[in-house]
Design a protein around this ligand. Structure first.
Ligand SMILES: Cc1ncc(COP(=O)(O)O)c(C=O)c1O
Length: 462
């Protein structure tokens, strides 16, 4: 896979495997040999190798790639660069207890990587609603929603979400990932065209691929380029169905889709617009309703999708739209049709979470106070934050080694962040990613800032 492209542009692992040709196999073999040679010489270069190398496994045995990848992860663990699945021994709160898998030691860390933006996972009302529903409804829904899995709490959740998003109706999925995949695959098919912002979330990319539609990509946030692309598609391809999809708030960059520029372009070319409100719901807009409210364009987006796992503090995904679209999705979105409904207790907590967002606007105000404080301090330290405007802070470094090393040092200092590098983002945009919560205290923020300044200087990033 070439460097400096986002994974969205690259072929999927499946496509890679399916196409494994002799030349391709020779490349993979050569790379593996080089890796093992370096390992034997003791100069295995952790900073050059990445997950992307393992997309290209030789296909003699479908397990051929897993051995080399095992060695890759083991080496990363030995070097302290394996910062995945750090096990929490409690809730995803501002301070977390983390178990060190090697030593068994339990450490307290400042959590700067959770999407629990408003702290609703631990809100007393949200917990109480879940416990009561657990006692009344039991642990699971027992069936898929269309057959025997819908309880009154699910119906209530869909109605509340529809109201919250200013749409006629809404449908709830088991996850945000499956709501995007289900929605896109249900609506678009071979002969249609899907146009994605290049930084759209993986679930949108996967749904687009699975749909069989032709996929086009436009440069990030660039309404002018979208206009040109749609114009060209209309001239060359004719009267196809076109679905334009953008994240409302982008998950790696924290910037906001420019809906007032995108909507007229989409309308002009007779296309439809879908937005993914995963990181916007509960966070932006005067009432936390998301990106359309933020821009004052409520009711002008055709499909509003999102997750229930971040600002709402639970799990699940949703799509809100007009009642005909939602009715269609109930029967043609396979990740809804063929997947068991959310546990009723989760629905009960989510119903209360939506009430809390309405009743306690001070939670969002606290989140924004934290965002404003950290933005000012990070900029004063000299960090490149890209175009971040929300609770997601990318400290863009553009050097995988520095990012990994800074992540390791922060972990040792008790600050839980996510180092993000190729292939998750282009190499020149590798970063430390933080996300803020309403529940962060001044001490949490200041401890984080001190550690970020120290480690950023230590690796030469600032
Ligand atoms: C933009 C975006 N869309 C969708 C998802 C998927 O949501 P879920 O985790 O609920 O499956 C995520 C993250 O997880 C996301 O960041």
């Amino acid at each position: 896979m070439p460097e400096d492209i986002t994974p969205e542009e690259g072929p999927s692992a499946e496509t890679q495997a399916a196409k494994a040709a002799p030349a391709h196999r020779a490349r993979a073999d050569a790379r593996e040999k080089e890796r093992l040679d370096r390992l034997a010489r003791g100069d295995y270069d952790l900073f050059r190798d990445s997950l992307a190398d393992f997309y290209e496994g030789p296909d003699r045995d479908i397990f051929a790639k897993v051995g080399p990848f095992w060695r890759f992860t083991e080496l990363n663990k030995e070097s302290g660069y394996y910062l995945y699945r750090r096990t929490l021994l409690g809730p995803s709160a501002n301070r977390v207890k983390v178990r060190d898998e090697d030593t068994g030691e339990v450490r307290e860390m400042v959590m700067m990587a959770s999407n629990n933006y408003l702290g609703l996972t631990t809100h007393p009302r949200v917990i109480e609603a879940g416990i009561k529903a657990y006692e009344k409804y039991g642990a699971g829904a027992g069936s898929v929603p269309l057959l025997a899995g819908t309880v009154d709490l699910h119906a209530e959740l869909e109605q509340k979400l529809a109201r919250f998003k200013g749409c006629e109706d809404a449908i709830v999925f088991p996850a945000g990932y499956s709501s995007n995949v289900g929605c896109v695959t249900a609506l678009a098919r071979e002969g249609d065209i899907i146009v994605n912002d290049i930084l759209n979330h993986a679930s949108i990319v996967d749904g687009s691929r699975l749909s069989g539609a032709t996929i086009k990509v436009f440069p990030h946030q660039d309404a002018e380029a979208l206009d040109k692309l749609l114009g060209r598609l209309r001239r060359q391809e004719g009267d196809h169905g076109i679905l334009v999809i953008v994240d409302g708030v982008f998950s790696m960059d924290g910037d906001i889709a420019p809906l007032p520029e995108l909507i007229p372009v989409v309308r002009k070319h007779g296309a439809r617009l879908m937005i993914d409100e995963a990181h916007a719901t509960g966070v932006i807009g005067k009432n936390g309703h998301g990106t359309p409210e933020h821009w004052g364009v409520d009711g002008q987006v055709d499909i509003v999708a999102g997750t229930l796992s971040k600002g709402l503090g639970g799990v699940g995904g949703f799509v809100a739209s007009n009642k005909e679209v939602v009715n269609y999705l109930r029967f043609f979105a396979r990740s809804y049709m063929f997947s068991t409904a959310l546990p009723p207790a989760v629905s009960a907590s989510l119903n209360t979470a939506l009430d809390v967002i309405e009743d306690e606007p001070e939670l969002r105000a606290r989140l924004w106070k934290n965002i404003d404080y950290m933005r000012e301090k990070f900029l004063a330290m000299g960090w490149n934050l890209g175009n971040a405007e929300t609770a997601i802070f990318p400290l863009i470094i553009g050097d995988d080694y520095k990012v990994k090393e800074m992540g390791r040092q922060l972990d040792r200092m008790g600050i839980y962040v996510n180092p993000v590098f190729y292939p998750a983002v282009a190499r020149k945009l590798s970063r430390i990613r933080l996300s803020l919560m309403a529940t962060h205290t001044q001490e949490d923020l200041d401890d984080t800032l001190a550690a970020i300044e120290k480690t950023g200087k230590a690796v030469g990033a600032i």
